[in-house]
Design a protein around this ligand. Structure first.
Ligand code: SF4
Length: 340
C-alpha cells in the first residue's frame, strides 16, 4: 500500500478548550492523525471554551449532554469527592467512558486528552490516571500526547498507529513547555488553565448538596437554578430563589415554569425576583401555600428599599394568575438561618 492509500488514523480527544487540549490535538495532527474533539455538557461546566477552541483550530467538535448519567455518578462517586462536590476521578472516568462509547461506532481508533502528569492535585497524578483508565472501560486506548513518554506505551503506540517518539514528556504544574509549544504552533489565544467547574465552588456545592439530600427529586432545570441568586430553604420541600442582581432576575425569569412555579416581586419598587420552584404543585393544602407565599413575599420586600417592619405590596404570579398581597418587609438578619 503506498502512502496515498494509507488508511487514515482517527483520534477522538476529550476537550476542555484549554491550551493543553489544543496542543495535544495539534501534536497528533502533526504526525498525520485526523483528530476531532468531544466535550460534555452538564449544568456544572460550560462548553464555551471548547467551542471557541474548535473555531480557532478548525478541529471538529461533538457536544454531548450527559447530565442524567452524571447525576447518577454524583450521588455516590466510588473514588469520593474533592474539597467540594467535585468527583474529579470518577468525572474523568465517566467522560472517557462516554467518549469511548462514541468512538467505536463513529470510526475513531483511539481516545486522547490534554492531561499532563502531575499537573493537577487530584485527577492527573499517575495513580489517578490509572484509576480513570481502568474505570473508563477503555484501558490502553487513551493517549495523553503531552506526557506520553512518561507513561506506559498504549496499544496504539505498540501497534504503530502513533509514533511515540513524536509525543511529549511534560510533567508538573509549570506551563513553560506548553507556552513554548503554543508559540511554535502559532496558538496565541487560549483560556487560562483550570477553573470553570462549579462543583469546585463551595457555595454552589452547598446548594447542590442541599438539593440532593433534602429534596431527593429534582429536575435538570433545578440544577441550572443553583447557579443564580440566593437560595433559602423554607422546609424540606420548598425553597426560594432570590435574585441578587438584574442579571440574576433575568436568568431566573428564563428558567421560570408558569405551570409549576410561583413568581413574586415587589409591586412598585426595584428589587429581587423571587421564585418558588414547583411552588404551585408541591403543597396540597392552600394554607401552607399561602404561608409560603407570604414568607417569600416578606423576604422579597426585605431586599427592597422598604423599611423593615413596614408594609409592602407584592405581586404574586401563580398558575398563570396574577394577584397582589400585602406583607411586612423582613429584616435579612431574621432569615439568615434559612440561607443555604
Ligand atoms: S473539576 Fe469538575 S469537570 Fe474537572 S474533573 Fe473535577 S469534577 Fe470534573
Amino acid at each position: 500500500m503506498n502512502n496515498n492509500n494509507k488508511i487514515k488514523i482517527r483520534a477522538l480527544g476529550l476537550s476542555s478548550g484549554g491550551l493543553d487540549s489544543i496542543l495535544s490535538a495539534l501534536l497528533l495532527q502533526k504526525q498525520g492523525i485526523e483528530v476531532a474533539w468531544i466535550t460534555f455538557k452538564t449544568p456544572f461546566f460550560s462548553t464555551d471554551s471548547s467551542i471557541k477552541a474548535s473555531k480557532q483550530t478548525g478541529i471538529p467538535l461533538i457536544i454531548k449532554d450527559i447530565t442524567e448519567i452524571y447525576m447518577e455518578m454524583l450521588k455516590f462517586p466510588p473514588a469520593g469527592y474533592g474539597k467540594n462536590m467535585n468527583p474529579c476521578m470518577d468525572c474523568h472516568a465517566l467522560m472517557f467512558n462516554q467518549a469511548g462509547l462514541f468512538m467505536r461506532p463513529n470510526g475513531y481508533d483511539f481516545l486522547f486528552s490534554g492531561e499532563v502528569v502531575g499537573q493537577r492535585p487530584m485527577s492527573q497524578k499517575k495513580n489517578s490516571m490509572n484509576y480513570v483508565e481502568k474505570h473508563s472501560g477503555f484501558k490502553g486506548e487513551i493517549l495523553r500526547p503531552l506526557s506520553a513518554k512518561l507513561l506506559p506505551a498504549t496499544i496504539m503506540e505498540q501497534q504503530g498507529l502513533v509514533d511515540r517518539e513524536k509525543l511529549g514528556s511534560i510533567t508538573g504544574r509549570s506551563r513553560k513547555v506548553q507556552i513554548e509549544m503554543a508559540k511554535e504552533f502559532g496558538v496565541t489565544d487560549y483560556p487560562p488553565p483550570a477553573g470553570g467547574c462549579l462543583l469546585t465552588d463551595p457555595n454552589f456545592s452547598r446548594r447542590l448538596k442541599d438539593l440532593m439530600q433534602v429534596q431527593k427529586s429534582y429536575s435538570k432545570r433545578d440544577l441550572y437554578l443553583l447557579k443564580y441568586g440566593r437560595h433559602l430553604r423554607l422546609d424540606d420541600k420548598i425553597k426560594i430563589v432570590v435574585g441578587k442582581s438584574e442579571g440574576d432576575n433575568n436568568r431566573i425569569e428564563k428558567l421560570y415554569k408558569p405551570d409549576r412555579d410561583i413568581l413574586i416581586r415587589h409591586a412598585f419598587l426595584a428589587g429581587p425576583l423571587v421564585l418558588i420552584p414547583d411552588g404551585a404543585i408541591l403543597t396540597n393544602d392552600s394554607i401552607t401555600e399561602i404561608d409560603n407565599i407570604r414568607q417569600a413575599g416578606s423576604i422579597c420586600a426585605g431586599y427592597t428599599k422598604t423599611e423593615h417592619g413596614e408594609s409592602a405590596k407584592i405581586v404574586v404570579i401563580s398558575r398563570a394568575k396574577q394577584s397582589e398581597i400585602t406583607v411586612y418587609a423582613q429584616d435579612s438578619k431574621t432569615f439568615q438561618n434559612l440561607v443555604i
